[in-house]
Design a protein around this ligand. Structure first.
Ligand code: ZN
Length: 187
């Protein structure tokens, strides 16, 4: 089932999300719905607060894109991340152009560490403790920000944020068009 995605300015995006237990109700179904919602919106990551649930869970998925047919192939990599804990960061950082399904049509370069050591539970409740890098490391940090009540625009310079203010206000007011369903912020 495709869930509505909450937009910038929604209070749930500003909450610190809570860890969950193994017996969280309908967890498997929720995870399946989050993958479906993410792929439907052409996203590569989706955190539970973005579907209005302030819990520490996110999904990541990468699919090859075929420009000629404008279609996606089967996922080549997927990660279900529950109760993540960043153990440490590697020494290097780089810039990457990020976007967010809750902040449509805004893409900005964000500086983040390129590698990190991450501990988490997967959907089978198996613990992982891995050094991660590449796109997974980038998306994981973006999604963990969501679990901590942050969005990627918070990480921009104050000048950039000032320049984006009108567009962020438009999203907050629901004056946006997306091909996926959004929940406008509660006033
Ligand atoms: Zn996001």
């Amino acid at each position: 089932m495709i869930l509505p995605i909450v937009g910038y300015g929604h209070p749930t995006l500003r909450k610190t999300a809570a860890p969950i237990e193994k017996d969280y109700p309908n967890l498997k179904e929720l995870i399946a719905n989050m993958y479906e919602t993410m792929y439907n919106a052409d996203g590569v990551g989706l955190a539970a607060p973005q579907v209005d649930l302030p819990i520490r869970l996110f999904v990541v998925g990468f699919r090859p894109y075929d420009e000629k047919t404008d279609t996606y192939g089967a996922p080549t990599e997927e990660h279900t991340v529950i109760n993540p804990e960043i153990v440490g960061f590697g020494p290097d950082k780089d810039w990457f152009n990020e976007g967010c399904l809750s902040v449509p049509d805004i893409h900005e370069d964000v500086l983040r560490p390129t590698t990190l050591r991450l501990r988490w539970m997967d959907e089978e409740w198996v613990q992982h403790d891995e050094e991660i890098s590449g796109l997974f490391a980038r998306v994981a940090q973006h999604e963990i920000d969501h679990l901590d009540g942050k969005v990627f625009t918070d990480r921009l310079s104050s000048l950039r944020r000032t320049m984006l203010k009108r567009r962020l206000n438009d999203i907050q007011a629901g004056r946006i068009q997306t091909k996926y369903r959004m929940k406008t912020p509660k006033k």
